[in-house]
Design a protein around this ligand. Structure first.
Ligand SMILES: [Zn+2]
Length: 96
């Protein structure tokens, strides 16, 4: 089993996420509750390709790195592909 990446800092600089969100979204209210209370998380998450065995075998197939934007009032979440956003490179490293 591959070693987890606990020793690596998988947090994106808060300013980089805020800059990406500002450029792409500007100021928008949440479509679910109408409030403007967005928060972002510096953690990079992953979305894995579905494995029809129902197990987390380690043979994950396609993995998409994600950053999240959450409404602080109702919990509505938006997911952004961190690679497409330029926040993670093709090797899975946080970009400088
Ligand atoms: Zn909301």
């Amino acid at each position: 089993m591959a070693a987890r990446r606990e020793e690596r800092d998988m947090k994106i600089d808060d300013r980089k996420i805020a800059d990406f969100i500002g450029r792409k979204l500007g100021i928008r209210t949440c479509e679910a509750c109408g409030m403007n209370a967005w928060t972002h998380d510096p953690t990079v998450y992953e979305l894995r390709e579905w494995d029809d065995t129902g197990t987390a075998s380690g043979d994950y197939g396609a993995v998409v790195p994600l950053v999240t934007l959450s409404c602080g009032k109702c919990g509505n979440m938006k997911l952004f592909n961190a690679a497409t956003a330029g926040l993670v490179d093709e090797a899975g490293n946080i970009t400088a």
